[in-house]
Design a protein around this ligand. Structure first.
Ligand SMILES: Cc1ncc(COP(=O)(O)O)c(C=O)c1O
Length: 443
């Protein structure tokens, strides 16, 4: 049994090198990234290997962040390492097309069910920004419909969150922080997630809507039984003549090789990718129906939209991504294995919470999982009241001190390098930490 204060003290004592780096960094580096824990200093990671990371003091952690979800095969996978090394010997950046691009384009074309065409960019945020632009260019309309609880990246068109005082059936948005132009507010229609009222709103606004856009699985709220909702959404968009897009930045090549599209049997008009597709290097991609994607070529009678970027489709990323997707394609058993490990993890933690009357739960879809520190039904993020609670912060601190890194963004993942013994340790650490929080009176 340990209290949160005891865990914090132990962690501070064993992370002296991180403390030193933190002091140096504070002088020169304004990081926009949220610190993952309530600690006097962040823990700085020096290296990764398989399913583990090691900090500046050589403390080992089971890594459930895996680069915010992108290392599907774990850190420094030998095939990806070899592909990167080979490309660096040949030159890693040319600007114009390289022979590496078609390798990844072919894998995406084949692996993304809606991909008649592919466009590369550098991040998931760029991919969603371009998808919005393509939909606007194609349809001649400006409004994009998004779902409460969404995250589609850091550009101004996606930096909106649900106004908690607004109606559940017709939610309103607030800007996510300062610096987001108020003039953009009317370009977003917020829809209630997993709620049939969304279909009525789409029908009502169909003449203004360029795109209805949804995450394959909301990483803030991973739910398994989405097929019916996504399927109906697809049909309503078709009926209304509005483009339907799935954001596969997290789910692509993760919840199935063919992403959420394959897992839930739904085919959008356009899909966006990032993360796993780059094999650990920065990447974004947009795939979709040929007639929609044609807007990127500029050939479609004045409907051309701009996409570009110095690093888009760079050969180093293309090779790393092709090695990752090539390996995943050749090893479909990885998905079966991760499915079973993810279910075992969630069933064990949820069973423990029930037995011990701990008001916490794990939501899990395949290898994605998310802890919530409350019990009862969670249908959408509107039902989540425990974000930022003392129990949540204490949980991450206990886990880190016991050798498990859970990202402070709450979105956690298993990867192919995590063994059954790692899952055993995750269960032990998660359940032990929850029990300690309960004993300390934090629930
Ligand atoms: C669903 C989704 N879309 C887009 C993004 C943005 O991707 P990036 O961080 O590569 O810009 C993210 C990032 O986590 C995401 O989860």
């Amino acid at each position: 049994m340990a209290t949160i204060d005891e865990s914090r003290e132990e962690l501070i004592a064993k992370t002296a090198a991180s403390q030193r780096i933190s002091g140096e960094r504070a002088e020169i580096l304004n990081s926009g990234l949220a610190a993952n824990l309530e600690m006097p200093h962040p823990v700085f990671i020096e290296r990764g290997a398989g399913g583990y990371v090691y900090d500046a003091d050589e403390n080992e952690y089971i890594d459930t962040s895996v680069g915010f979800g992108l290392h599907m095969l774990g850190h420094v996978h030998p095939e990806i390492e070899e592909a990167i090394e080979k490309r660096t010997r040949l030159g890693w950046m040319f600007g114009i097309h390289s022979t590496s691009q078609m390798k990844l384009a072919n894998l995406l074309h084949e692996g993304s069910p809606c991909a008649e065409r592919v466009v590369f960019c550098n991040t998931g945020s760029e991919a969603t920004m371009y998808a919005f632009r393509a939909a606007r260019g194609f349809s001649g309309r400006d409004k994009i419909a998004l779902f409460d609880g969404f995250y589609h990246g850091a550009h101004d068109y996606g930096m909106w969150m649900t106004d908690p005082s607004s109606s559940r059936k017709a939610p309103d948005v607030l800007p996510m922080g300062h610096g987001i132009p108020g003039a953009l507010k009317d370009l977003t229609l917020l829809l209630p997630y997993r709620n049939r009222a969304a279909f009525d709103l789409i029908r009502e606004h169909k003449d203004e809507l360029a795109l209805v856009f949804v995450e394959g699985v909301q990483s803030s709220n991973p739910q398994n039984n989405l097929g019916g909702f996504l399927g109906e959404l697809r049909e309503v968009c078709r009926e209304c003549g509005v483009l339907f897009g799935i954001d596969e930045v997290i789910t692509g090549f993760r919840v199935a090789y063919g992403g959420a599209q394959e897992r839930f049997g739904v085919q959008p008009d356009i899909a966006t990718y990032g993360k796993v597709v780059g094999g650990g290097l920065p990447v974004g991609a947009i795939t979709g129906r040929a007639d929609v994607m044609e807007v990127f070529t500029g050939l479609g009678a004045n409907r051309g939209v701009f996409s570009g970027g110095t690093f888009s489709g760079n050969p180093l990323t293309m090779e790393a991504g092709a090695a990752a997707l090539g390996h995943l394609k050749a090893h479909p058993e990885i998905y079966v294995d991760l499915e079973a490990k993810g279910a075992r993890l969630a069933d064990s933690v949820n069973g423990f919470c029930e037995e011990n009357q701990i008001p916490a739960q794990m939501k899990q879809v395949g290898s994605m999982f998310h802890m919530f520190f409350q019990n009862g039904e969670i249908n959408s993020m509107r039902d989540v009241v425990s974000l930022g609670s003392a129990a949540e912060k204490g949980f991450y601190l206990h886990c880190l001190n016991r050798g498990v890194l859970v990202p402070g963004t709450q979105r956690a993942f298993l990867c192919a390098a995590h063994s059954e013994a790692d899952v055993d340790k995750l269960i032990e650490v998660f359940c032990g930490s929850l029990k300690d929080l309960q004993s300390e009176g934090l629930f």
